[in-house]
Design a protein around this ligand. Sequence first.
Ligand SMILES: Cc1cc2nc3c(=O)[nH]c(=O)nc-3n(C[C@H](O)[C@H](O)[C@H](O)COP(=O)(O)OP(=O)(O)OC[C@H]3O[C@@H](n4cnc5c(N)ncnc54)[C@H](O)[C@@H]3O)c2cc1C
Length: 307
Amino acid sequence: MAWSDQERIDSAARSLGTLGEIDFPLGSVTTYRVGGPAAICVKAETEQDLLKVVNVGKIFDLDILVFGRGSNLLISDQGFEGIAVVLSESFGEITINGHEVSVGGAVPLPVLARKTVSENLSGLEWMVGVPGSVGGAIRMNAGGHGSDTSRSLVTAQIMNMRSGTVHQRTAQQLNFSYRGSNVKQSEIVLSARFKCDSDLRGDGQVLLSEIVRWRRENQPGGQNAGSVFVNPENGTSGSLIEEAGLKGLRMGSAFVSPRHANFIQCEPGGSAEDVKALIDHVRSTVEKHSQIKLTSEIRFVGFGEGS
Ligand SMILES: Cc1cc2nc3c(=O)[nH]c(=O)nc-3n(C[C@H](O)[C@H](O)[C@H](O)COP(=O)(O)OP(=O)(O)OC[C@H]3O[C@@H](n4cnc5c(N)ncnc54)[C@H](O)[C@@H]3O)c2cc1C
């Protein structure tokens, strides 16, 4: 007799024991702060914990979702019917050796920016404005203020969450593109090495303050996941959305930011369905208006195939 989804989840939870938290409120740990629970969530302290997830995922045929600081994710209101995995603070070390900086996959980007600047290193200042983790930044090739992750990354240590094997990939092997890399949904970045330059003029602290000020002045606060769409080849998604007359448009609890049209915000207590519906509406309206099909930068979880 085939096992039901619930039986597989219950058995997986029993196998994970205290490592797995059942009905974990996944949506509320994302920066959108909407969306449902993960059936099981594991906060991994060690590689052994991750190997246990690999094993249990395989035995009970469950999907695995890796997440970091949830700043580029929209979780559906139904949530995620599998094992969500996040690296704990034990993957949060930063070790500096000359110009080389070794970091754990869980390190928050603003922490890395401030730490390197305090050591008179330059190249990672832009990270102060991006609320993600090192792992998320490598998968997304996060960037800003004229730079991105690929510019300073040397290598990343990656575990395959289907086989449990760990390997190292160089920046070239990561095949970085604009807001992308070849890190797959089934892989987790454990750690990375960056190469910085010397901050010879000591401008780092000034640059950090300028970036923080620019963000405050130009980006909305509240519940969002940063830019919703990647910029098309010529121009910006924000100006296409504005030209289509969508700035400020509201659908239920979601609205296009009146401050920055490429940000879609959600009200406290709102729903992921509203956010998703507005994203789809903006995409189709812009396509009708300018014949350009916008591509989402945000990763959708639990909305079904092709979302
Ligand atoms: C206010 C605001 C401003 C932002 N500004 C910018 C910006 O200027 N530039 C920019 O590029 N982005 C920006 N973002 C988006 C976001 O911060 C980045 O994409 C960030 O790199 C995502 O990291 P995360 O840890 O939050 O990843 P998550 O949102 O948790 O996950 C995003 C993706 O990365 C994967 N992932 C997460 N951790 C790992 C890991 N350890 N190993 C493998 N895969 C992993 C997930 O599976 C998912 O596919 C902004 C977001 C917000 C809310």
